[in-house]
Ligand binder design. Structure first.
Ligand SMILES: *Cc1c(COP(=O)(O)O)cnc(C)c1O
Length: 389
């Protein structure tokens, strides 16, 4: 029997891998040192654990340990990167390029930069969720200081042509940043080969703990500089002051090791189950896939259910399935997903969309249960929807 509700919301957050919890435990009590205490063994022990984690993170990204700054998560990393670069490169220019299908952390940060005098260009995505590299090329100007593009979309899983976008940006001598929160640990990343200058990530999206994450900051050719957003003590080379979250950092490092070992097998297994599920759901009629069929993460499915009300769909499923809907409930009145709207869906279809995201702990039985549950639920919803309108 499957445990209800079935958790299929791994893009929202992942459970910790058991190996991660085991690695973290000693740092809550037996090894309580502050990594900044350099006068005794407790501090050294904590420092060593943090530096090991830095190397573990770096090897997943193919960078050097000294290029990783630990933060409280991707939102903080994105704030540090965007605001920090904007402040430090103010003399070079005030133009920033991003897309209109970014995570809210980037969009809200860009809105703040606009209040501070930035000029921001929002590149569109096509109906499959992809950015056209030619449009980026046309948008680059002499006073552009930063391009920030989401690596893999959290709602659709769509993967942007990062190598190409970063290459074009590098040619113009502009910094390229990516929010790789959903991609890291799920697909191979290489900041050298892909010419990425800044990269934001979070532990709790890759089977690590919440409240821990980091920022990759390129150290040579070019050396990226940024203005710190948190002052007090000069931790993390002065880029991010504040006592290090040692258990969280140890957990992040351990999570990266697990991802390195399991990424390939996880992807192969989850892709197979995801594809089988999509095939069945799409064959049941009136279901369309949101996002490019291949250029996307292997464990994510975003589907639009025609002639169904989004709220009715969610309330029919939510006791048995933990999935996300095509509307963001951050406010009192749920807004249809800006990502799906950017891809050209109308408001109603965006609301009647589901994001189903599988993960390492997902079983085939769970995916099959979810598939059957949705197929059995749909006809009644479609009937009531038709009589309503
Ligand atoms: C979850 C997520 C974030 C925010 O990460 P936190 O660590 O929770 O702050 C940013 N970007 C993307 C794409 C995400 O999926």
């Amino acid at each position: 029997m499957v445990h209800l509700p079935v958790y299929l919301d791994y893009n929202a957050t992942t459970p910790c891998d058991p190996a991660v919890v085991e690695a973290m435990l000693p740092y809550f009590s037996q090894k309580p040192g502050n990594a900044a205490s350099h006068t005794h063994a407790y501090g050294w022990e904590a420092r060593e654990a943090v530096e090991l984690a830095r190397e573990q993170v770096a090897s997943l990204l193919h960078c050097e340990a000294g290029e990783i700054i630990f933060t409280s998560g991707a939102t903080e990393s994105i704030n540090l990167a965007l605001k920090g670069v904007f402040e430090l490169y103010a003399r070079k220019g005030n133009h920033v390029i991003t897309s209109n299908a970014e995570h809210k952390a980037v969009l809200d940060c860009c809105a703040e930069l606009e209040r501070r005098g930035a000029e921001v260009t929002y590149l569109p995505v096509n109906s499959q969720g992809l950015i056209d590299p030619q449009q980026l090329e046309a948008a680059l100007r002499p006073h552009t200081i930063l391009v920030s593009i989401l690596y893999a979309n959290n709602e659709t899983g769509v993967i942007q042509p990062i190598r190409q976008l970063a290459g074009l940006t590098r040619q113009k001598g502009v910094l390229f940043m990516t929010d790789a929160t959903q991609a890291m640990g799920k697909i191979p990343l290489d900041v050298q080969e892909e010419e990425i200058d800044l990269l934001a990530f979070s532990a709790h999206k890759l089977y690590g703990p919440k409240g821990s994450g980091g920022l990759y900051l390129r150290r040579k050719s070019p050396r990226v500089r940024l203005y710190p957003q948190m002052h007090g003590g000069g931790h993390e080379k002065g880029f991010r002051s504040g006592t290090l979250n040692v258990p969280g950092i140890v957990g992040l490092g351990a999570a990266c090791v697990q991802c390195m070992e399991q990424m390939e097998a996880d992807s192969r297994r989850l892709r197979q189950w995801r594809d089988a599920m999509e095939k069945k759901l799409m064959a049941s009629g009136n279901v369309q896939r949101n996002g490019h069929p291949d250029k996307r993460l292997p464990h994510v499915s975003n589907l639009a259910f025609r002639q169904v009300s989004g709220t009715a769909l969610m309330s029919a499923l939510s006791s048995d399935l933990a999935v996300s809907s095509g509307s963001a409930c951050t406010s009192a009145r749920p807004e249809p997903s800006h990502v799906l709207m950017a891809m050209g869906l109308d408001e109603e279809l965006a609301r009647a969309s589901l994001r189903i995201s599988l993960g390492r702990m997902t079983t085939q039985e769970e995916v099959e249960y979810a598939t059957e549950k949705i197929i059995r639920t749909l006809p009644a919803l479609q009937r009531t929807h038709i009589t309503e309108t």
